[in-house]
Design a protein around this ligand. Sequence first.
Ligand code: NAP
Length: 250
Amino acid sequence: MRLQNRVAIVTGAGRGIGRAIALGLAREGAAVIVNYSRSAAAAEEVVSTIRASGGRAVAVQADVKELSEHGRVIATALEHFSRLDILVNNAGVEIHEAFLKATPETWDFTLAVNLKGPYFLSQKAAEAMIRFGGGKIINISSVHDVVPLRNRAIYSITKGGMMMMTKSLALELGEHRINVNSISPGAILTDMNRKSLSEPGNLDRVLAKIPWKRIGEIEDIAGAAVFLASAESDYVTGATIYVDGGLILT
Ligand code: NAP
């Protein structure tokens, strides 16, 4: 097991990509803090699944956009498992809104969840990791960090910002042996896009852009997260891994 004795926090881990990452890290031996904001039952189910296979996990409610709640997330890792090695900034929101109809509320909300929250949670996590000799911060970005997306400009702007956040934090945290990397998923079937992918013609339009000719599954992201959380990636920092079936090539 590649993550034996490691302790990880995964934000938004009750559902979707975060759930698969939490289960993937636990399969490799990590103890996992399963963060959720609203999906309590789903988060508890992830915890039960991990414990049922002999792993260690605890759920913790916290809204990543509320900086005052970050301390509770870090404290849960330290109190239950006595260290912190891995932070996965997975929680994210995407609101459909044409640029000409965009509102400051959407801007503030999306930036708070997708960028400001992860930035300051990373700061708190890094403070703890430094005490334990290093760690891994993994940001779940999107192919829309480089590919603009119609009617989701604000979302795409946060993901573009997340790429620079990854590079900037990697630059400052390298000397503390903390790696900071991003995973940029392509189209992965989750609650975030289930409705739009089921609209007539949309699935075919998306598939036409994917050289692999299939929509991604949440497990496709977990493998990259395990790699970036493990010692195998110790010399990788400031990087973005695209897990997209080739979507950004078209
Ligand atoms: P999802 O199924 O909609 O799940 C979103 C997750 O984020 C949920 O676990 C949710 O938790 C959590 N979350 C939202 N707001 C939160 C907050 N304020 N505080 C804490 N947690 C919060 O989405 P997903 O597709 O798995 O997306 C996960 C990440 O992957 C996002 O960053 C997204 O941008 C990125 N991504 C997804 C795709 C895709 O095709 N699906 C592609 C590229 C990138 P609660 O339910 O508890 O609120």
